[in-house]
Write a protein that binds this ligand. Structure first.
Ligand code: F6R
Length: 241
């Protein structure tokens, strides 16, 4: 794993943009695996700025997102499809038909997981962007998720519900279940770019880089990936220095 430690969130976002930019420039029809949450917002801002200032085009780019809350769709401003549109897709020239995310409102949830897995089989990510949960989760693969998992429905951990409640009016409104790509789908990406900032991620970052490879800390599986880059700020890197 390549580890890049930078000063702060701004620098992390800029470095992440450089990594992303190389993929997009080298392959204008690349498949980008994208994440939501606070961590990648700065990366997406840099992509938008570059699109507006330098004309980098996303017309042929395809995307697959990691996860979506079960029960929410694009009409809910807490849904991840809404997040992707407002933080990235609506500000670049991407064709929305080329963007993919699990359908949170699917009535047959297993069928939706099967559809997404079939899609991922034919759309290998040229790069997969990840954040990391304070408990070491990646996407919504909570501790204990098998490394061989593919897209599935999860019961969110209490710590994740608490972490994510800041985005909702109250903790009671946070959905208790989500669709998520599995660890095997993530490991299938050609390149993984994982980002972390803030002191509350320090323990998880330690487990990611220096801990035992264990299903108790899902992100640790990335130690086995042949091309994984971690970009993190000093606060998140405090235990690995
Ligand atoms: C988001 C996702 C999650 C987040 C993680 C960190 O699509 O899959 O695993 O990356 O919960 O969230 P933030 O970035 O809000 O700290």
């Amino acid at each position: 794993m390549k580890v890049i430690i930078v000063k702060d969130y701004e620098e992390m976002s800029l470095k992440a943009f450089e990594v992303m930019s190389e993929v997009v420039k080298n392959k204008p029809d690349a498949v980008l695996g994208l994440a939501t949450g606070s961590t990648p917002i700065g990366l997406y801002k840099n992509m938008i700025k570059d699109h507006k200032e330098n004309g980098t085009s996303y017309k042929q780019i395809k995307t697959v997102n990691l996860d979506e809350y079960a029960g929410l769709d694009y009409s809910s401003d807490q849904s991840y499809v809404y997040f992707m549109r407002s933080n990235l897709f609506d500000h670049i020239d991407i064709d929305l038909a080329n963007t993919n995310i699990e359908n949170g409102k699917a009535t047959d949830r297993q069928k939706e997981c099967d559809r997404y897995n079939a899609l991922l089989e034919v759309m290998q990510q040229d790069i997969q962007v990840l954040g990391i949960g304070s408990n070491g989760h990646i996407a919504f693969n909570e501790p204990g998720t098998p490394f061989g998992s593919v897209t599935h429905i999860v019961d969110l951990a209490e710590s994740t519900i608490k972490d994510n409640s800041r985005m909702f009016a109250s903790i009671d409104e946070v959905p208790r279940q989500a669709f998520t790509m599995g660890l095997k789908n993530i490991m299938n990406a050609k390149k993984v770019l994982i980002l972390a900032n803030g002191a509350n991620k320090a323990k998880a970052v330690y487990g990611l880089v220096k801990g035992e490879v264990t299903e108790n800390l899902p992100a640790s599986v990335l130690q086995l990936h042949p091309d994984c880059v971690l970009v993190c700020d000093e606060a998140a890197a405090s235990l690995i220095k």
